[in-house]
Design a protein around this ligand. Structure first.
Ligand code: SF4
Ligand code: SF4
Length: 237
């Protein structure tokens, strides 16, 4: 944020020029880190802030959203379906409909998903008792394992990108293996997980008390299995 807003070399100046020239109408910012998001809102330089918000990552409701309202900054909710971890769109969207001043931008893979989401916007917006029970079940099931990508667990003594390693299964769920295995950054980062010394420092810092050591080890195993399968397929193709 400091680099972007630097009066001499920051990109913010370019955005202002584009706005003055009528090429863009608004300047917004995105963050996955709550302290950065707070600073973006308080800077008074951005009209919107985009931040993860869903019924598992529900912390923005307590602080960031009220802060946005106080500073007249628009709140855009990214990952309303928790980056693909939530499959029940009705429950995910109806939770967020209780915040009518929040704009939702779900990622879409199929036409049917757009149709379902459009029908949810049409209403009714209130959850049925069955949907409330489903939300509670999913919160209990995922809440103890779901990484919010806040990076409060950092720095890792071995330089492991913990949030990426924690959320690796979301790549597996949403994307074909060639996408993430041929992308040099992801295998290089996952490979670092093998150097985890199990010092436990990250777990003492995670505000959600997630079992980081166990989860990244499981995800590394998943990564390694998929990579071996992929290599085998490539060699026989
Ligand atoms: S337990 Fe592993 S991931 Fe956590 S800080 Fe130590 S080395 Fe890093
Ligand atoms: S492991 Fe915990 S502290 Fe680290 S990014 Fe995920 S939720 Fe945040």
């Amino acid at each position: 944020m400091e680099k972007v807003l630097d009066p001499g070399s920051g990109l913010y100046r370019v955005f202002e020029e584009a706005r003055a020239a009528g090429k863009i109408r608004h300047i917004g910012a995105t963050s996955h880190q709550i302290d950065v998001a707070r600073a973006l809102v308080k800077s008074g330089r951005f009209e919107t802030v985009m931040f993860p918000f869903n019924f598992i990552t529900c912390e923005p409701a307590d602080e960031l959203l009220p802060l946005c309202r106080e500073h007249d900054v628009g709140f855009i909710a990214m990952k309303p379906m928790a980056g693909g971890m939530l499959e029940n769109a009705a429950v995910a969207f109806k939770y967020l409909f209780q915040f009518p001043d929040v704009a939702l931008i779900p990622g879409i893979e199929k036409v049917e998903e757009i149709e379902e989401i459009v029908s949810l916007f049409a209403g009714p917006h209130e959850m049925t008792p069955g949907e409330i029970a489903e939300m509670q079940r999913l919160t209990a099931e995922l809440g103890t394992r779901f990484c919010r990508r806040c990076d409060y667990c950092q720095p890792c003594t071995q330089g492991i990108p913990i949030s990426m390693a924690m959320t690796f299964p979301s790549f597996v769920k949403r994307l074909p293996p060639d996408w993430y295995l041929e992308n040099p950054r992801i295998p290089a980062n996952m490979e670092k997980v093998a150097s985890c010394s199990q010092c436990g420092e990250c777990e003492t810092r995670c505000p959600y008390h997630l079992p980081i050591i166990e989860t990244i080890a499981e995800n590394y195993k998943l990564f390694d299995e998929i990579r071996q399968q992929y290599r085998k397929q490539q060699s026989t193709a």
